[in-house]
Design a protein around this ligand. Sequence first.
Ligand SMILES: NC(=O)C1=CN([C@@H]2O[C@H](COP(=O)(O)OP(=O)(O)OC[C@H]3O[C@@H](n4cnc5c(N)ncnc54)[C@H](O)[C@@H]3O)[C@@H](O)[C@H]2O)C=CC1
Ligand SMILES: O=C1[C@@H](O)[C@H](O)[C@@H](O)[C@H](O)[C@H]1O
Length: 338
Amino acid sequence: MGEALGVAVLGAGHMGADHVRRLDRVVSGARVAAVADPDADRARAAGGDLPGCTLHTDALAALDAPGVEAVLIASPAEAHEAALLGCFERGLPVLCEKPLAPDARGALRLAEAEAASGGRLARVGFMRRYDPEYQALKELLDGGKLGRPLMLHCTHRNVSSPPHFTSEMLIGSSVSHEIDAARWLLGEEIDAVTVLRPRSTAHAPQGLRDPQFVVMETSGGVLVDVEIYVNSGFGYQVRCEAVCEGGSARIGEDHAMVVHSAAGAGQEIAQDYLTRFAEAYDTEVRDWVAAVRAGGPADGPSVWDGYVASVVAEAGIASLNSGARVPVRLAPKPGIYA
Ligand SMILES: NC(=O)C1=CN([C@@H]2O[C@H](COP(=O)(O)OP(=O)(O)OC[C@H]3O[C@@H](n4cnc5c(N)ncnc54)[C@H](O)[C@@H]3O)[C@@H](O)[C@H]2O)C=CC1
Ligand SMILES: O=C1[C@@H](O)[C@H](O)[C@@H](O)[C@H](O)[C@H]1O
């Protein structure tokens, strides 16, 4: 391995371009060796000025480009499986944006393929695990000071949804973060999901079921509720309150400066995830680069975590469409994820 880890970034859209910037300017010990996007202009805009960085319209070609030692996948979910399989075949360590795959069957194929490759090569980009507030909440819950957790109340609001967003993606793409965060915070699996459907906002595109109210039941009897509202129109808000036997703890309150004037009191509200979770993305990528340089991403959110999130999301989508409570059924866990 060279002085700085050579990373190929696949996908140069919102997340990919931001990860290129992060690898180039924020994270030490890494350099961008290749950028791939079928949209050549996007690849050029993200990586065209970086010394030693080759540009590609074919993602698999980027895996074989000179100096590539690791891969960051930021293409749409539909493209993750081919890219991850390409990494597994070549033994390349990889950080893949969430969701791992568009459906649970694809996610399971990936867990089986990684297990067959002989060891863990991939992490999934559930960046909330690297957010200082989420980490503080986990430390508090793990420490047991508040007693056993009984409920998590979660809020997840976006200003607006991208044009391709479907009602199913509110769960499969957005709530996938709460699914992973709840499993990680509580150390429990999710056994069943019920999705309730309030009337939709007039500000959502025609036919989009927005907001939705997701209720998850864990193996230990904790109830996790999530308000997902992706066309709130006013801000990006991610909150979580843990209610425990001996108290409660809340994260994600708007922590900007409070300004008082003749017009009243006010505070800026983050408008997107790149602002709200800037530090989490930096820490996520910094930690991954350090782990790869030290020999491999043996910890962090795994392909199995990505698979479980997909199964829970699929149960949620079934509940969204039927109105029924849907149990979660997981495949046997391959030994590498023990
Ligand atoms: N962790 C987080 O908070 C967030 C994660 N994401 C995830 O990041 C991924 C990308 O999302 P965005 O950047 O918002 O999408 P985007 O649509 O802005 O960018 C995706 C880019 O991938 C390119 N692309 C399409 N097929 C490709 C392929 N086969 N190989 C390489 N590139 C390909 C597209 O041309 C486009 O430039 C998704 O998995 C999404 O769920 C997105 C937003 C936030
Ligand atoms: O991952 C993300 C997006 O894909 C998703 O669409 C948003 O709802 C989330 O807030 C963001 O973190």
